[in-house]
Design a protein around this ligand. Structure first.
Ligand SMILES: Cc1ncc(COP(=O)(O)O)c(C=O)c1O
Length: 398
């Protein structure tokens, strides 16, 4: 085999663990690992109609090259949605991306030189770590608490560390399911102004709240241009569309658009036009409500199964939205080793061990469980097997 001299970034990107989120899946495996939406809720027929209308009757050249900013009517739709939710922005502040994931990559590309410091929540989204790793930053890991990241610790670290940006998922955080409180949101904005860093707000689960009250986006609380926010149609419509958006100041957006030009020229026009058509012919808010009810049901199934089977010494979060629940085990348990050596190969149950969700890979006793894409029967059976594996000498009676 030819020996290639890879760029130094490859050493970091090959350690993120994102590729083995789903080790050896087969048809008997029950996976709580990937953050896959419930496929039963994709509006497939309505989207088929939209694609057909756009291709057969559309007047905006869906098969032609356009530009990196994205389809104007879709940006206008998002501008209205953002205004309704307390973030009035100019249309020139919105860029359509290939999923929120592309936004993570573009922001890191814009801001990071090798060994620049960034602050991240600990644990955090595995795909965020994968995107940032290519730019070889140094991480300040800020522990998550039930009301969001530890802003007091962040403040202490900021007095001696200059960071390029702070990455946060304020709503139904991936992987913990936690929501950042209003007080912490306000404090974070004040810190960004005082220490002059960007807040990268990644918010794909915002519209999947099924309990409690909505809180304002970080960008809605900022009047100083310190926030870049990312949204996505992946969780509320379908991830296969690969469609998301990025919102920031016109100055930052211009630079990011130039990077997108060099990366992929544009987000596919046909997708943007079909989604716009879908939004004009369907009641999208009614669709959200259906999703919210469905995911609440899934959360309830998983909470009930964990309450029933989980051995003592374990705890789990009770999210008010999103896809994920965070399992916390006794300090001496290694859920990474257990997954690889027993639970995946013998029980055919998968989850994401905490090791992959910390930049420094030094927390072993927690795991992310996704309840979104599995049925009631799979949740009951999978959680029962998982809990039996955590308690090897215990037999569960029916
Ligand atoms: C927090 C977070 N950010 C970004 C993404 C990627 O989303 P998209 O499909 O829009 O690229 C995900 C997907 O799981 C996510 O959970």
């Amino acid at each position: 085999m030819m020996t290639k001299e890879f760029a130094s970034r490859i050493a970091a990107t090959s350690q993120t663990g994102i590729e083995d989120l789903i080790p050896d899946p087969d048809n008997v495996t029950i996976s709580f690992a990937g953050g896959l939406p419930d496929a039963n809720l994709f509006p497939q027929a309505a989207l088929a109609d939209s694609f057909q209308r756009v291709l057969l009757k559309g007047t905006d050249n869906p098969l032609q090259y356009h530009n990196a900013k994205g389809y104007l009517p879709l940006r206008a739709y998002l501008q209205q949605q953002l205004a309704d939710e307390g973030t009035p922005v100019d249309i020139s502040q919105i860029l359509l991306t290939q999923g929120a994931q592309q936004g993570l990559d573009l922001v890191a590309k814009l801001l990071l030189n090798k060994n620049d410091k960034i602050a991240i929540e600990a644990p955090t989204y595995i795909g965020g770590l994968a995107a940032f790793a290519a730019y070889e930053p140094d991480y300040l890991e800020i522990p998550m608490q039930a009301d969001g990241l530890d802003v007091d610790l962040l403040e202490q670290l900021l007095s001696t560390n200059k960071i390029k940006f702070l990455y946060t998922i304020p709503n139904f955080q991936n992987p913990t399911g936690f929501v950042m409180s209003l007080a912490k949101r306000q404090k974070l904005i004040a810190l960004a102004k005082k220490y002059d860093f960007i807040i990268l707000e990644d918010d794909p689960y915002r519209h999947l709240r099924f309990a409690g009250e909505d809180l304002p986006a970080l960008q809605a609380l900022d009047d100083s241009g310190h926030v870049i926010s990312l949204g996505s149609f992946s969780k509320v419509l379908a991830p296969g569309l690969r469609l998301g958006w990025l919102v920031t100041t016109p100055e930052l957006l211009t630079e990011i658009r130039l990077l997108k030009d060099g990366s992929d020229l544009e987000t596919p026009a046909i997708i943007q036009q079909a989604v716009t058509d879908y939004l004009t012919h369907n009641d999208f808010q009614a669709h959200w409500r259906k999703l919210q009810q469905d995911y609440r049901q899934h959360r309830d199934w998983m909470s009930a199964a964990l309450t029933k089977y989980l051995p003592s010494g374990y705890q789990f979060s009770h999210p008010e939205g999103g896809f994920f629940l965070w399992l916390m085990g006794p300090a001496d348990v290694n859920l990474d080793k257990l997954l690889r050596e027993k639970i995946a190969p013998e029980d055919h149950v998968l989850y994401v061990p905490s090791t992959n969700l910390y930049a420094h890979k030094n927390v072993f006793n927690c795991a992310r469980l996704s309840y979104a894409g599995t049925s009631q029967e799979q949740i009951e059976r999978g959680i029962k097997m998982l809990c039996a594996a955590l308690t090897p000498d215990l037999e569960f009676s029916e």
